[in-house]
Design a protein around this ligand. Sequence first.
Ligand SMILES: [Fe+2]
Length: 490
Amino acid sequence: MNRRRFLRALPGLAAGALITPEIAQAATQLTVGSALGVDWGLAFADQEGDVAPTPMKLVSGACPEGLAGSLYRNGPGKFRRPGGSATHWFDGDGLMRAFRIRGGQATLTARFVDTPKRRADAAADAVVTPGFGTVGKGGAAATSADDDNAANIAVLPMGGDLWALWEAGSPTIVNAADLSTLGVKTFRADLAHRPFLAHPSREPGGDIWNLGMMGKTAIVWRLGADGALISADVIDLPCASYVHDFSATRRHLIVILQPLIQDHAAADFIDGFTWKPDEPTRILVIDKADLDSRRLYDLPAFFAFHHGPAWAEADGSIRFDACVSPDPGVAILGGREVLRGDWTPRPPPGLALITLAPDGGAKIERADIVAEFPRVDPGVAGWPRAFTIHATGDGGGPLFHGLAVHDWKTGRSDAFDFGGAHLVEEAVFVPRPDARGELDGWLLAPSVNTAAKATELHLFDAAHVAAGPICDWRAPFALPVGLHGAFVAA
Ligand SMILES: [Fe+2]
C-alpha cells in the first residue's frame, strides 16, 4: 500500500480532514518494516514520529459493558539513524502508547518519551548514546546514567501520571492525558540518576518496592503508594548478576541471581557480563522488615528475564513462577538479530514453578509450556494464587503468537493461538468492576498483525481464553511491538 492509499484508508478521515505529520509518518514506517525482508520485520521497524489519537476499527465481537479505561504500554520504537543505529532491540527510544477504551470504542495514541538520549541521537542524526547492547558512536557527553536513559521498558501508573521505566536510571514522568514528557523523577537530591528497575513490586493497597542494580550492591527502594520515598538502602549481594526483575511475597523480597555475571569492562552494558553455566542460580530472600535478615538458596543454572509475584505457603515455603531458558541467548543475542532481520532458533523460555523450603532446599518444576511476559491479577500479588497469565506459542521466529492462563493447582493451560501472522504482546489483567476473585476479569493484549500490517488490540475473558477473543480492534497502521504495560480504569 502506498502512502496515498494508506492515508485514504484511515477511518474518520474524510476529504479535507486534518492529516497530521504523525499519521503520515506512521505510513512511512510500513515500508521501513518490510525492508527487513522477513514477515515479522514490522514488529521491529522504526516508528518515525508520534501518532495522534486515532480510532481503531472493531473488526470482530463487541466490547462488554463495564470495560473503560486506558492500557498504557511502553517499548522501544526508534532504532536506526543515518549516521549509526542501535544494535540491540532494547536500545530503541521509548515509545509510550495509550489504547483508550470508552463507550465500546478504542483509540490508539503513541508518543516518544522526550529523553536526553533521544535528543542527543536526533541532533547527531546517529545513535551516539551507549545502551544495553549498543556501543553508540561516542561524542555523547554523558554526565549521568540518565543521559543514556531510553525510558523504554515499562510503565508504572503513579497518581495521575505515568512513570516510563528503564532499569539503569531514573523513572521519567509522563503526562497520562497526552503522553507528553514532564521530566526525570528524583526521589532525593543525593539519589538522583540512581538505577531503578523496570519491574517494581506493588503491594495490593500498600507500598511499592524496587531494586536498583549496581554490580555487587543494590539499592532497595521503598515507596509509598503515592510514589513518595520511604527509604533507599544499599545492600551487598553475593555476586554481580544481571537482574531485570525480582519477586516478592508480602514479607520478603526475592532476588534471583543468575550466573550471568558482570566481570569485565565493555563499551555497552550487557557485553560486560559472562554466562557461567557451571555456577548456580542463587536466590536471595530478604526480610522486608529487616534487610539484614536473609536466606540464600542455590539451583542449577537457568536464565530468566521475568518472574511472577511470590507467595508463602502455610508451611513457610515460598513459591514463585518464572519464564526460564537454559541460557541468555534468546534474549541477548536474539535482541541483536531482530534489528538485522535475521533470527537463530533457540529453545524458547518455558514456564516454571520454584519452591524455596524452610529447611533451605530449593526445587524448580518445569511445566513444559512456552511462556514469557508472566502477569497476574495485581490484586493477589504477594498472596497465594493459582494462575499465571503469559504469552505463548513459538513459531520458530521472534516473539510469540498466543496467550495462555496456566493453573498451577490443576496443571491445566487455557490457551489461544492467533497463528503465525500475529506477534502477540504481553497480556494485562483487567478486573471487572465487581470482581470476586482471581481471574474475574479480562485480558487485554495487543499484537502486530503482520498480514494486515496493523497493530491490533484483543480482549479475552480471563477465565475462558481458549474460547478466543471477545472482541478485536485494529489500528490503521502498525507500531513496533511493545514490552510492558499497565491498565488504568476510567
Ligand atoms: Fe521486562
